[in-house]
Design a protein. Sequence first.
Length: 244
Amino acid sequence: MWISFADLMTALLTVFMLAAVALVFSLTQEQSALADAKKDAAAAKARNDAFDQVLGSLGTSEQVRAAMVVEMRDRLSAAGVQVETDPTNTVLRVPTDLLGFDSGSADIRPEHEANALAIGQVVDDVLHEGDRYLQLDTVFIEGHTDDVPIGGVYGGNWGLSANRAISLWRLWEDKLPADLGTLHGHTGERLFSVSGYADTRPVVPVQVTPEDRAANRRIDIRFTEHKLSEEEIGQIRTAAGIGS
């Protein structure tokens, strides 16, 4: 059956218009899908940025802790009380000579109490400035001895190291104006803890000279910043809307 040229052109034009409409519809759908994808990507980036910001704050806790330890050391040095810090600025290291312990004794000599109280007061002052203690988990007062066994002391070097740390803490409790025992760390538990390690954690492992052993007789005041647990990280991720 023959059709006229005009009918053929009309049919072709109709097909073209339908194809054009379909193309426009397809492009519109793709643009809408692309816009939605961009919106979802922006939302995901915002959630990840929020999560990264929270995790980044953990690094600042470590920096705050290190800054506090250095500040304590410098304040004490300015007051004529020479203490040291460890390489990571986690520990304030107090030689037992500053506290006047006799060999085998855990008693702080009266003439050395001023040193002990100066250390406690500086620790208290620095912790309270800006409530920086809230970024800590625990402050450990750790007693350490050299490797020479001590006789006549209950528990040997273990008992001696623990009792020396306890003596320092009790002096702080009895004679400092502030009560360090009332402080609570980030977890809500008491901030300060006391322990003894005998000769198990020497700073000079090979003890040959009197100087080697003297370096290991010390009270370490160790400051630990708060670190998120896996559970806490999971809770932050959930709150930020980030899948595991």
